[in-house]
Design a protein. Structure first.
Length: 347
C-alpha cells in the first residue's frame, strides 16, 4: 500500500478497527477514511454504493461487523446472521464495482467446525458442523470469505481474508451481557476487588461508565447488584467449567498482521484465507488466574459448570502466516496488563 493511498477502514471505532487506524497513522498512511455506523450504515446498499462512488477508496479493511460472546450470539441470532451477511455483501460488491485494489476481510477462528482437528488449518473450513451457539455468525462470516473468493474468481479482484483468533485489548467491549470471555473476566475481577475493598462509589462509577447489560437496575445497592452477576464478597462465580482451551491475540498484533497481509498476501498466490494467531492456547482457568493476579483480586473463584462452555479447544495453525514472515510479539501477560491499564484509565 502506498503511503498516500486512500484506505477505508470499516468499523474504526471497534476493537480491531481502532487498532488498525492507530497502526496506519503511526506508519505514516495519510489518507485513512472512516465512518461511524451512524454516518454510514453498511447494511444499506445504496448508501454504501454512494459512499464508494464518492470516496473511491483504493484499499479496504473490513472490520465492521456485529460481534459478541456466547450469550449475545445465542440471543440475537437473526441480527448476527443478517447484519454480517449484508455488511459483507454490500462492501464486497461496492469494492468490486468501484475498483478497490485490495480488500482485507476479517473472518474469525470461531467459524471453523466445532470439532476441527487441532491446531486448525485453513483447509478445515467447512469440513464439519459448526458450534451451535454461534452458527448464525459463522455462516455469515463464511459467506463473506466465499464472496471474496468468488469475486476473485469471476472478476479477478484481490480480496483476501484473515482469520484472527480471539482478540483482546484497548477498546474492547466490556458489557458483561455481550462481551467475550477475556474482557468480561477483567471487568468481573475488577468489580469483585472493589467489592472486597468496600469501594462502593468506585463500583457505581464503573457501572455508570460502561453498560453492564442484563437490564440490571443500577439504583440497587452495589453489593446486591453485583451478586446478580455472580460477584460476592467471598467469591467470583465464572461462567462455564473453565476447562476449555483458547488462544488470545493482542489486538495491536492483529493490526500489525493486517497491514502485513495487505502488503504480502495476494489471493492468487496464497488462496482463500490465512489464520492469524499466536499459535499457543491457555485454559480459561489459567487465564482467570493470570487476570486475578494482574487485577490483584484476593477472593475465591468458583465455576458455574451449568453454563455452556462452547468449543472445547480452539487453536489456530499459524504456519501459513509464519511462512510469509509474520509472528505475534505481545505476551499474554503484557497484553492483559495493557488492557487492564486502559480499562482503569477510563474510570
Ligand atoms: N473481537 C474478536 O475477538 C474477534 C476475533 C476474530 C475476528 N474478529 C473479527 O474482527 C472484526 C471486527 O471485530 P471487533 O471485535 O473489532 O468488533 P467491535 O469492536 O464490535 O466493532 C465492530 C465495529 O463494526 C461497526 N459496525 C457494526 N455494525 C455496523 C453497521 N451496520 N454499519 C457500519 N458499521 C457497523 C461498529 O461501528 P460503530 O462503532 O460506528 O457503531 C463497530 O465499530 C469482525 O469482523 C470480527 O468478526 C473479531
Amino acid at each position: 500500500m502506498e503511503k498516500n493511498a486512500k484506505i477505508y477502514v470499516a468499523g474504526h471505532r471497534g476493537l480491531v478497527g481502532s487498532s488498525v487506524v492507530r497502526k496506519l497513522q503511526n506508519d505514516g498512511y495519510a489518507k485513512v477514511i472512516t465512518k461511524t455506523s451512524k454516518e454510514l450504515d453498511l447494511r444499506r446498499q445504496t448508501d454504501v454504493e454512494v459512499f464508494f462512488e464518492r470516496e473511491r477508496p483504493e484499499y479496504v479493511i473490513l472490520a465492521a461487523a456485529k460481534v459478541g460472546g456466547i450469550l449475545a450470539n445465542s440471543t440475537y441470532t437473526a441480527e448476527f446472521i443478517y447484519d454480517n451477511i449484508i455488511i459483507a455483501a454490500n462492501v464486497v460488491q461496492s469494492a468490486y464495482r468501484y475498483g478497490v485494489k485490495k480488500l482485507l476481510n476479517l473472518g474469525s477462528s470461531c467459524i471453523y467446525p466445532k470439532f476441527a482437528p487441532q491446531p486448525i488449518k485453513e483447509e478445515h473450513l467447512l469440513t464439519g458442523v459448526l458450534e451451535p451457539t454461534n452458527e448464525p455468525y459463522a455462516v455469515a462470516k463464511i459467506a463473506a470469505i466465499k464472496l471474496c473468493r468468488y469475486y476473485n474468481e469471476q472478476y479477478g479482484t484481490n480480496f483476501i481474508s484473515g482469520m484472527p483468533t480471539n482478540l483482546y485489548g484497548p477498546h474492547d467491549n466490556f458489557n458483561l451481557e455481550t462481551a467475550h470471555v477475556l474482557p468480561s473476566l477483567v471487568r468481573k475481577f475488577h468489580l469483585a476487588k472493589l467489592l472486597i475493598q468496600k469501594k462502593y462509589d468506585e463500583i457505581k462509577k464503573d457501572l455508570n461508565m460502561t453498560a453492564v447489560g442484563f437490564n440490571l437496575n443500577l439504583n440497587l445497592d452495589p453489593a446486591h447488584l453485583l451478586e446478580k452477576l455472580g460477584i460476592t464478597t467471598e467469591y467470583l462465580m465464572l461462567w462455564g467449567s473453565g476447562e476449555p482451551y483458547r488462544e488470545f491475540l493482542y489486538v495491536d498484533d492483529l493490526a500489525d498482521a493486517c497491514i502485513f497481509l495487505m502488503e504480502r498476501y495476494n489471493y492468487k498466490e496464497i488462496g482463500e484465507c490465512v489464520n492469524v494467531g499466536t499459535g499457543e492456547d491457555v485454559k480459561i482457568k489459567e487465564l482467570a488466574s493470570l487476570i486475578q493476579k494482574i487485577v490483584k483480586y484476593e477472593g475465591a473463584i468458583k465455576h458455574d459448570a451449568s453454563k455452556p462452555d462452547g468449543t472445547p479447544k480452539k487453536l489456530l495453525d499459524v504456519s501459513r502466516l509464519k511462512s510469509l514472515g509474520w509472528q505475534s510479539k505481545t505476551s499474554l501477560k503484557e497484553g492483559l496488563r495493557n488492557t487492564y491499564d486502559w480499562y482503569l484509565s477510563r474510570l
